[in-house]
Design a protein around this ligand. Sequence first.
Ligand code: PEP
Length: 259
Amino acid sequence: MRPLLIAGNWKMNKDLFETLAFLQGLKAYAHKHAEDRVQIAVAPAYPFLVTACDLLKDTPVKVAAQDVSANDDGAFTGEVSATMLASLHLPFCLAGHSERRQYHGETDFVVNTKLKQVLKNGMTPIFCLGEKLEEREAEQTNAVLERQLADGLSDINLLTGREIVVAYEPVWAIGTGKVATPQQAQDAHAFIRNWLMNNYNVAVAEKIQILYGGSVKPDNIRELMLQPDIDGALIGGAALKLEQFTAMLDTSKEVVKIK
Ligand code: PEP
C-alpha cells in the first residue's frame, strides 16, 4: 500500500507568530503520534520556510513551498527560484495550484516548466490539477484531466514514481465547502492513475501518490482516504487549525490500519 500524505496548504495565512505556534504544536503531536504510513507536510508562506525547516528538522513533518518561479534566476522581482528553495533542503514544492492558474494566469505550459524546475533541483513537486464546475457539468472532467496531465508532464521522465506527487483538486470544491463525493474523487483518481499507467508504466503509476484536495475536513476525510486510489489529502482551510489538522492525522492513522 502507498503511504498517505496529509499536506496542509496555508496559502496566504498566518504571520510568523501564528506559524511558530502551530508548528510547535504539530512538532509535539508528531513526536508522540508518529506513524510511518501517514506522512505529514505543511506549506507555510515563503518568509517562514527557513524557520519552519529549522523547527521541524528532527521531526517527521516535511515542509513544502506553495509555489516556485518558472525561471532559473535573474531579474524576476518578487519571484523565488527552485534553486533557492532547494538550498533550504525542502522536500516538496506545489506547482499548478488552481489559485495560481486562476489568479496568476498560469497555463499548463507554465506548470510544466515549474515541475521541471522543481525536479531539476531535487525536490518533489506536488502537481495540482482539476476541473472547473462548468467543465464537470459539461462532462469534460476526463478530457480536462487528460490535457492537464499530458501538457503538465510533457517531456518529464519518471523512473520510479517517487519523483512526483499528484493532487487532484476539483476547482469547484476548493474553499467552497462543497466536497467531491468519495466516489467522484475515486473515479477521477482512477482515471489519473490509468493515464499514468498508459503514459509511463504500471510500476510507476502504482507508486505515485495521488492526493485529493477540496474542502477536506475532519468529518469527511475518513471516507475519502478509504478509497483505493486516494493516497492522501491536500488541505487548505481545515489545515489552519491545529486541532482540526491533528484530528485528520488521527483519522488517517486509523485508515491505514484497515486499508
Ligand atoms: C487547497 O487550497 O489546495 C484546498 C484544497 O483548499 P480547501 O481545503 O480549503 O478547499
